[in-house]
Design a protein around this ligand. Structure first.
Ligand code: NAG
Ligand code: NAG
Length: 222
């Protein structure tokens, strides 16, 4: 969200050290490149020259391309892109981010689509900061990344519903809610893994781990 040229959004009143963050989103109907709808968790120092943490859902331009990314200590580049089987501008769908000490999980309509394990012990960066939950519609100034905006389609209107956070406020040291189980267990069960792997087989179109050189750059890809 650092290079936004303009947009509108909202954020949670407080920061959270863990939680389940839910939002129902209906994308702008008139699609164009360069207009990005995003739902994300972010630490409060992204513009201050301080290393930041960020966990993103980003709808890129046209045709239901949904990108997820994870920044830990300013290190991003962990994009995974999914091609949704529905048109996200036709109706509301439920998008969720789970952020716990064990793992980060992204969900679409209650289906887990990506899980990123806390493997700090193996030298893999994992977010450490308390995060705000935010959602926005913004215009990318990076044509390379998201394409050029066609202003002939303006205005761009996104609808949000049911913003819900069930989490531990920053500094509370509370335990993540048992509602999050089984995602807060050290290991995921076969049922969760199966759901996720079925979805990924059909819909994952880009995985940073399969990009040249990333097997060496990102230990989690090895
Ligand atoms: C990630 O795991 C490490 C080691 O188990 C732990 O010390 C740390 O608190 C965890 N990170 C978060 C954000 O909970
Ligand atoms: C918010 O999310 C929690 C956890 O999933 C759930 O128990 C609760 O019913 C939700 N609240 C609303 C108002 O949807």
């Amino acid at each position: 969200m650092v290079n936004d040229a303009g947009g509108a959004g909202f954020k949670s009143k407080i920061q959270y050290e863990s939680g389940l963050f839910t939002l129902r989103i209906k994308m702008p109907a008139k699609k164009t490149n360069g207009v990005i709808t995003a739902f994300y968790l972010i630490s409060d120092d992204q513009d201050a020259g301080v290393n930041h943490d960020e966990i993103d859902f980003e709808f890129i331009g046209t045709e239901g391309r949904l990108q997820t990314n994870i920044f830990a200590n300013d290190r991003g580049g962990r994009e995974q892109v999914f091609q949704l089987s529905f048109d996200p501008s036709e109706d509301f769908h439920t998008y969720q981010i789970l952020y716990t000490p064990q793992r980060i999980v992204f969900f679409v309509d209650n289906i887990p689509i990506r899980s990123f394990k806390n493997n700090t012990m193996r030298g893999i960066n994992f977010p450490t900061k308390s995060l705000w939950a935010e959602a926005s519609l913004w215009i990318s100034d990076s044509v390379v990344w998201a394409g050029a905006v066609d202003w002939g389609y303006a205005p761009f209107i996104v609808s949000f519903q049911d913003f819900n956070i069930s989490g531990c406020p920053a500094g509370s040291n509370c335990l993540p809610s048992p509602d999050f189980s089984p995602w807060t267990r050290p290991k995921l069960g076969p049922k969760q893994l199966k759901l996720m792997s079925n979805f990924r087989k059909k819909h994952l179109t880009f995985d940073y781990c399969r990009s040249k050189g990333n097997k060496h750059r990102y230990p989690e890809c090895a």
